[in-house]
Design a protein around this ligand. Structure first.
Ligand SMILES: [Ca+2]
Ligand SMILES: [Ca+2]
Length: 271
């Protein structure tokens, strides 16, 4: 069973038509997605302007609000336009299965690719379909999020999570709408994040599913281990605690037993 919370912003401002949402699936995985569709290009050209990205920003905020003490790779510390194969997340590192270029682009954009933080972004240039690159982690992760620019054809980016057993995989399509029906939405912005405590993973592959030309830009990658996920009491526990609290208040008044009950409740909520 899937419960879906969708918030839609039809026209945030003239150049952004987009949406952000959170999905909680039955296995407790949470997916955070926001997209800002760029409509500033004219004709068939790659002449779009950069746009603000309130929906992608909101998805990123919602994703990060569920995590604590995580580090984000912004690609700002690398030598401009260098080829890299390692990402840094504080004490954690991750590796790229094939080297990619850190594109320095302080202003404007490169065929729709531009950074979402600072001046630099990770560029996956053109490649054959299914020509994936992977991010390989040195420890098991349960959270992964990133922003991307120029994912402008629906269904063109799929993520394959390799689970901790080294065999099982979960595929997750990044559900972009930019470029629907052939519209020129070059330079659109996306944030995608997933938190899946029940399925720790050791690798995420980025798979181009459709059109092989036109580069993708990636920025602000965040990873999280189990200890980084902010836990909240399960609804059933909350119901139980509320029920016990009602009993204490209703049946015992301000007796010694009531004080003991309050102590127990406080310990439970703090623990
Ligand atoms: Ca950046
Ligand atoms: Ca483009």
């Amino acid at each position: 069973m899937i419960s879906l919370l969708i918030r839609t912003t039809l026209v945030a401002f003239s150049v952004s038509i987009s949406f952000a949402y959170t999905v909680r699936t039955a296995n407790a995985a949470q997916v955070f997605f926001g997209e800002d569709i760029n409509t500033t290009a004219t004709g068939d050209y790659e002449n779009a302007s950069r746009i603000l990205s309130p929906n992608a920003d909101q998805a990123k905020f919602m994703f990060l609000s569920k995590l604590q003490n995580v580090k984000t790779e912004t690609f700002e510390s690398f030598t401009p336009n260098s080829s890299i194969s390692q990402l840094n997340f504080g004490f954690n590192t991750a590796y790229l299965s094939s080297s990619l270029t850190v594109l320095s682009i302080p202003t404007g954009n490169a065929n729709g690719v531009y950074p979402t933080s600072g001046n630099q972004t990770l560029l996956q240039t053109i490649g054959d379909t299914n020509n994936a690159f992977s991010v390989i982690f040195n420890t098991q992760q349960v959270a992964f999020g990133f922003s991307a620019t120029d994912i402008e054809i629906p269904g063109n980016l799929n993520l394959r999570f390799l689970l901790a057993d080294g065999i099982s995989t979960i595929d997750r399509l990044v559900p972009t709408q930019a470029g629907m029906n052939g519209t020129n939405n070059t330079g659109s912005v996306v944030y995608y994040g997933v938190i899946d405590p029940e399925n720790p993973f050791i690798q995420v592959s980025f798979i181009r599913s459709l059109i092989p030309y036109d580069g993708f830009g990636f920025d602000d990658m965040t990873i999280g281990e189990m200890e980084n996920v902010i836990s909240v009491p399960e609804p059933t526990n909350l119901m139980g605690i509320t029920f016990v609290a009602s009993l204490l208040l209703g049946c015992f008044g301000r007796s010694e037993r009531f004080k003991f009950g309050l102590k127990w409740l406080k310990k439970r909520l703090n623990g």
